[in-house]
Design a protein around this ligand. Structure first.
Ligand code: THU
Length: 135
């Protein structure tokens, strides 16, 4: 599936956002190795630190459904006027399952997007780097 379709799915997922505190909706579309897509949105809480980002919502839903391998992830932030990248916690969580060359795409719209990779956003992740050094 191409990034344009994935971006549309991420935008659709953002519509379900529960974000009464920040009023900042985020949607994520995670492309699984088997070609299926699992989406997620941010779910906030009045105890702010408990809020969950869209990326982790999608990842945890997918892993809970038995998925273990992923091709990439696309993130839509329709309430910003510039592309907002995944937070540090999400980079760590995603790096557990996405290879360093897996595409990570984020944008406030499809036209205003950044096309990056897991390894670019989270280098020296202590998982893949360690494996590479021990070869
Ligand atoms: N958020 C995400 O869901 N993903 C991101 O990549 C950036 C931030 C959420 C967390 C919080 O609910 C809101 O956006 C404002 O930070």
């Amino acid at each position: 599936m191409d990034n344009k379709k994935l971006f549309a799915l991420a935008q659709e997922a953002a519509k379900a956002s529960y974000s009464p505190y920040s009023k900042f909706r985020v949607g994520a579309a995670l492309l699984c190795a088997d070609g299926t897509v699992v989406t997620g949105t941010n779910v906030e809480n009045r105890s702010f630190g408990l809020s969950n980002c869209a990326e982790r919502s999608a990842l945890f839903a997918a892993v809970s459904a038995g998925k273990r391998a992923f091709q990439g992830i696309v993130i839509a932030t329709p309430d910003s006027d510039y592309p907002v990248g995944p937070c540090g916690a999400c980079r760590q969580a995603l790096s557990e399952f996405l290879a360093p060359d897996a595409p990570v795409v984020f944008g406030c719209s499809y036209e205003k997007r950044v096309e990056s990779t897991m390894g670019e956003l989270y280098p020296y992740d202590s998982l893949h780097e360690l494996a590479r050094d021990q070869r």
